[in-house]
Design a binder for this molecule. Structure first.
Ligand SMILES: [Zn+2]
Ligand SMILES: [Zn+2]
Length: 179
């Protein structure tokens, strides 16, 4: 079982939250929630009409082999719940998605090495926080919980702690757990 205190949000970070991420407490637990992320051309990826856990979702266009559709991703940091508007045809082989902006079609894929043990995937989905300097990198492999926050003005160690927050989807047999 996961120690719930591993998911505590360091208080130092709450004091220097980057634009686009909000903090709140619910039932004695604290959460970071993505309020706004953008494509490289500045289109917001947030969708108000599709909600998970009561919050707007992050919509990305995805291509899995010949299939195309959208993912609506939970905006709670460390959660990996999501909805689909298509049914991905999956088999046992690892699947790496290609993500794009649903507005302008620009690729969201960048290179970054996933640090989750046993993954190492290099294809990552880039979600840009408002202002363009702060970024979220999400491992492109379906089922992998790998994600990393990059905040220019925050101490490196602190941001590392945030990147380690994962509530769900850390189990290998949860195929849909990641992203
Ligand atoms: Zn765009
Ligand atoms: Zn990964």
């Amino acid at each position: 079982m996961m120690d719930p205190f591993q998911t505590r949000v360091p208080l130092e970070f709450v004091g220097i939250l980057p634009e686009g991420i909000k903090y709140f407490s619910r039932h004695g637990k604290d959460f970071l929630v993505v309020e706004n992320v953008l494509c490289p051309n500045g289109h917001s990826l947030m969708v108000d009409a599709v909600r998970i856990n009561g919050e707007p979702t992050i919509r990305i266009g995805v291509e899995i082999g010949p299939q195309k559709g959208n993912f609506f991703i939970d905006s709670f940091w460390g959660s990996h719940e999501k909805l689909y508007d298509f049914i991905p045809a999956l088999n046992a082989a690892p699947v790496v998605v290609k993500a794009l902006c649903p507005v302008c079609g620009t690729s969201l894929m960048v290179e970054d090495r996933c640090r989750v043990s046993g993954c190492g995937t290099r294809e990552h989905i880039l979600l840009t926080l408002p202002g363009g300097k702060n970024k979220i990198f999400v491992c492109g492999r379906l089922g992998c919980p790998g994600h990393r926050l990059e905040v220019q003005s925050a101490p490196h160690d602190l941001v590392e702690k945030i990147s380690e927050i994962n509530y769900f989807g850390s189990s290998e047999d949860d195929f849909f757990g990641g992203i």
